[in-house]
Design a protein around this ligand. Structure first.
Ligand SMILES: *Cc1c(COP(=O)(O)O)cnc(C)c1O
Length: 473
């Protein structure tokens, strides 16, 4: 293409107002501010100009004002709709990882969602005592539910469990020493590592024992004038197996009593329900950790508990009072929506059978085999219909993971639907599914897309089949 042709092509591009006045842009103007649509048109026109200057148009391609107008209108509509989509979007989780940290961990129950909506829409007594009319504290709202459910003397809720650990260590041990087993210097992912959080809290870490074995005597020998706390960390996301010895919470509590030192345990995922009743590995539950005598117990709201992101601190009132007065408290406090969702979640636990049914995390973790098999068959049927022979669909046995740094060795037997096609390049179906709307994330194994039905909600099955049918054309 020579200079004259460039010039000719550029001349055929429509102006912003012409595109704005096109009938096909009316829908956009109803949905979005004029300014946003204009910006979209400008961006498309700029890209068209660049394309003409860089690539030109192949000889013989039909160039007319109408062709350019059609192209700019079409691209503007697509661009504006794409760019104005929310950045935080729903994803259908077909990975089988129940507490998938990258997908937002626990799903909230219907009651928790309703509670958030109820509080979000109006004013609330967040810091007003409705009986006295005086100032109330947000910290008091969840305390009695938490103490009822766990047997703890007091409770305090902060933003997440990392904040809970930071606040507890800072309050109890800043400038002093905290004794921890070398086998429990956990990294959770991201930048949460026990030694680093300890450093941020101002406490000095004293490591004892070996990676695989720590004995009560190791703690005793490390205790000095400057020791403020004995810390037990639940190795929530890994296991040390073989020739091992870990000091239990009970044993550590008895060392603490000997030296009049408080003992803290960071449970990480902290379950209220004993999940070993449902075939999962046995872990200390929150009530068990409290009953073992730990002075402070911390755990997450959005892991096995199945609530919103939050950090729960249980323990002796004298320690919790100090934490509430800590200036860090203001930076770490929870908001009203979290309190609303957590309260509804905790209320559900007053009836454990109900909790297992109503909290999506527990329902998914304890789903029985027949239910999963039936769901997989249903998804496979929907897929057969939607695909009409364009891919092979098969139901298979597989395992799901708990995720979220919880129960790392648990392999939950599940049913998956496998989809295999020769019509798309390897991995292409997977890629298209997480780019479209709603995004769908499955597992890719070899060239096979694997959909685990454990983490798909009943209503998701039809959507998944429809989208897969569509992206295969
Ligand atoms: C997950 C975890 C944390 C951090 O909890 P968040 O709620 O993600 O901040 C801390 N300690 C342990 C042992 C954990 O498993």
């Amino acid at each position: 293409m020579d200079k004259r042709q460039h010039h000719e092509a550029l001349r055929l591009l429509p102006g912003v107002d012409e595109v704005l006045g096109d009938r096909r842009v009316e829908g956009l103007l109803r949905d979005f501010p004029r300014l946003v649509v204009k910006e979209g048109i400008r961006a498309v026109l700029a890209a068209e100009r660049r394309r003409i200057m860089e690539d030109g148009y192949p000889d013989g391609e039909q160039l007319s004002e109408q062709v350019f107008l059609d192209s700019v209108v079409e691209k503007t509509v697509a661009l504006v709709r794409l760019e104005t989509r929310a950045r935080l979007r729903p994803v259908l989780n077909a990975t089988g990882v129940v507490l998938h940290t990258n997908l937002g961990r626990a799903l909230l129950s219907a009651k928790a969602r309703a509670a958030m909506d109820n509080i979000a829409a109006g004013y609330s007594n967040l810091e007003l005592d409705l009986t006295t009319g005086g100032r109330g504290s947000r910290h008091d709202l969840l305390e009695s539910l938490l103490t009822t459910l766990t047997g703890a003397e007091g409770a305090l809720v902060v933003n997440n469990n990392a904040a809970a650990v930071l606040l507890a260590l800072h309050t109890m041990a800043a400038g002093r020493e905290v004794v921890v087993s070398r086998g429990q210097l956990v990294e959770i992912g991201g930048s949460f590592r026990i030694p680093e959080v300890m450093a941020q809290s101002g406490a000095r870490l004293v490591e004892v024992g070996a990676t695989n074995k720590t004995h009560p005597a190791d703690y005793r020998q490390a205790i000095r004038q400057d020791t403020a706390l004995l810390l037990h960390v639940h190795t929530s996301n890994y296991r040390i197996v073989g020739f091992t010895k870990e000091v239990t919470i009970e044993e550590l509590v008895s060392v603490g009593r000997e030296f009049s030192l408080p003992v803290m345990t960071d449970l990480g995922s902290g379950s209220i329900l004993d999940l070993s009743l449902y075939g999962m590995p046995s872990e200390p539950t929150v009530p068990q950790a409290v009953a073992a005598g730990a002075d402070i117990v911390t755990f997450s709201g959005d892991k096995l508990l199945g609530g919103p992101q939050a950090g729960i601190i249980l323990g002796k009132n004298s320690y919790l009072e100090q934490m509430k007065k800590n200036p860090l408290m203001r930076a770490l406090r929870v908001d009203k929506l979290t309190i609303a969702a957590l309260e509804a979640t905790l209320q559900t636990y007053l009836d454990l059978d109900k909790a297992r049914e109503e909290l999506p995390t527990l329902a998914m973790l304890t789903a029985d085999r027949e239910y999963l098999a039936e769901k997989a068959r249903r998804l496979a049927d929907l897929l057969e219909n939607a695909l009409g022979g364009k891919a092979r669909v098969a139901v298979q046995d597989d395992v799901s993971l708990v995720g979220g740094g919880a129960l790392p060795t648990a392999e939950l037997p599940t049913k998956v639907v496998e989809i295999q096609t020769d019509l798309l390049a390897e991995g292409e179906l997977h890629r298209r599914l997480h780019q479209g709307e709603p995004a769908i994330l499955g597992r890719l194994r070899g060239g096979v897309l694997v959909l685990d039905v454990r983490t798909l909600r009943d209503d998701d099955l039809f959507t998944v089949a429809q989208r897969i049918g569509k992206v295969m054309v």
